[in-house]
Design a protein around this ligand. Structure first.
Ligand code: ASP
Length: 312
C-alpha cells in the first residue's frame, strides 16, 4: 500500500504464513480468522488514531493476536515434542533502536508484554527460560497457568506429528506466528513478533521471531519488519535486518528488498513471509507460502485483509 501526502499513520499485521489455500480452509475457519485479524488490526488502529506511538500500536495488535487461540502465539501456541508451550517474542522501537526479546517462556500470558518490559525496564535485550520468567515476576507480571495456552487443535497437531515415521518438526507449514509493524503520526516505526515456534520443536529450539535482526527489526532510517516462516533459514539470512539494510544502504524499494531477501531464504530451502512499513508510511508484504494471514490499514481510510494467494 503506497503512502499519500495524507498518510499520517499506517499499520500492517500478520497471523503467520503457511500452507492454507481455499481448498484446505472451510468458510467457517476463513470467517473466524478474518474476524480475529480485524479485531487485532482495530486494536492497533485505535492507538494510532488517538495519536499513540507505533510501539504501543504494535504491542496492542500483537497482544490481541496472542490472546486469540487461532494463532500460534500466546493462547493457541503449538506444542514442543514434550508437550509444552514454549513462547518467543520480540519488540523493537525504530526511533531509538531499543529492543527487547524473550525466548522459551512458559508461564507469561503475553510474551510481547514481557519483551517490552525487557526493552524498557532491564539492562539487557534478550532473556530466556526461567530467567525471563523471574524477570517477569520482578516486574509485576503475574504468572499464568500454562494450561491457558493449550488448545485441542494444537495437541492434535502434535500427536499427528509424533505419529509420523520421520521428520524433525512441523515441516507441513502449519505456521501462525503473529506480528505487527506500524508507523505513527510522529514518523516513527516499530515492529513486534510473537510465536510458539514450530510443532514438535526440541532441545529449547529458538526460531527467528525473537531474534533481533532475523524475525523482527525496526529502524527509523529504513523501516520496520516482522517475519514468519521457517525460522532456521530466516536466522541464517538475517531477514528483517537484511531488508532494512537493502533499503537504507542500497536504496532499494521496499517490495524489491522484501522479494530479494525471501528469494535468498528460498535458495536456502526456507519459505515464509514478511510485513514491512517504511518511515514514509508505505506498507509492503511478501510471502512464498500458499497463504499468509494478513491485514493493513492507514489514516487515509484504506483497509485490506487477506489470507490466500497473491499479495494484494
Ligand atoms: N518463524 C517461526 C519460527 O521459526 C515460525 C512461524 O513463523 O510460524 O519459530
Amino acid at each position: 500500500m503506497t503512502q499519500t501526502s495524507e498518510t499520517r499513520w499506517s499499520i500492517a499485521i500478520h497471523g503467520g504464513a503457511g500452507s492454507m489455500t481455499p481448498a484446505t480452509m472451510d468458510q467457517t475457519a476463513v470467517a473466524a480468522h478474518e474476524a480475529a485479524l480485524c479485531a487485532a488490526l482495530a486494536a492497533g488502529e485505535a492507538v494510532l488514531c488517538a495519536g499513540g506511538s507505533a510501539l504501543d500500536a504494535v504491542t496492542a495488535a500483537v497482544i490481541a493476536l496472542e490472546d486469540d487461540p487461532l494463532f500460534n502465539a500466546g493462547r493457541g501456541a503449538v506444542f514442543t515434542y514434550e508437550g509444552v508451550n514454549e513462547l518467543d517474542a520480540a519488540v523493537m522501537d525504530g526511533a531509538t533502536r531499543a529492543a527487547g526479546a524473550v525466548a522459551g517462556v512458559t508461564r507469561t500470558r503475553n510474551p510481547v508484554t514481557l519483551a517490552r518490559k525487557v526493552m524498557e525496564a532491564g539492562p539487557h535485550v534478550f532473556l530466556s527460560g526461567e530467567g525471563a520468567e523471574q524477570f517477569a515476576r520482578e516486574q509485576g507480571i503475574e504468572p499464568c497457568d500454562p494450561a491457558w495456552f493449550s488448545t485441542p487443535e494444537r495437541l492434535r497437531q502434535l500427536q499427528e506429528l509424533k505419529a509420523r515415521a520421520s521428520g524433525w518438526f512441523d515441516d507441513g507449514l502449519k505456521y501462525g506466528t503473529v506480528g505487527a509493524v506500524a508507523r505513527d503520526a510522529a514518523g516513527h516505526v516499530a515492529a513486534a513478533t510473537s510465536t510458539g515456534g514450530l510443532t514438535g520443536k526440541r532441545w529449547n529450539r529458538i526460531g527467528d521471531s525473537p531474534v533481533i535482526g532475523a524475525g523482527t527489526y525496526a529502524d527509523d532510517r529504513a523501516g520496520a519488519v516482522s517475519c514468519t516462516g521457517s525460522g532456521e533459514q530466516f536466522i541464517r539470512a538475517g531477514v528483517a535486518h537484511e531488508i532494512c539494510a537493502r533499503m537504507r544502504l542500497a536504496g532499494e524499494q521496499v517490495q524489491d528488498a522484501a522479494d530479494a531477501v525471501l528469494a535468498e531464504v528460498g535458495a536456502m530451502g526456507g519459505v515464509g513471509g514478511v510485513i514491512i512499513v517504511t518511515p514514509a508510511g508505505e506498507t509492503a508484504m511478501a510471502f512464498t507460502t500458499p497463504g499468509m494471514f494478513r491485514a493493513r490499514a492507514d489514516s487515509t481510510g484504506q483497509r485490506t485483509l487477506a489470507i490466500f494467494g497473491e499479495v494484494d
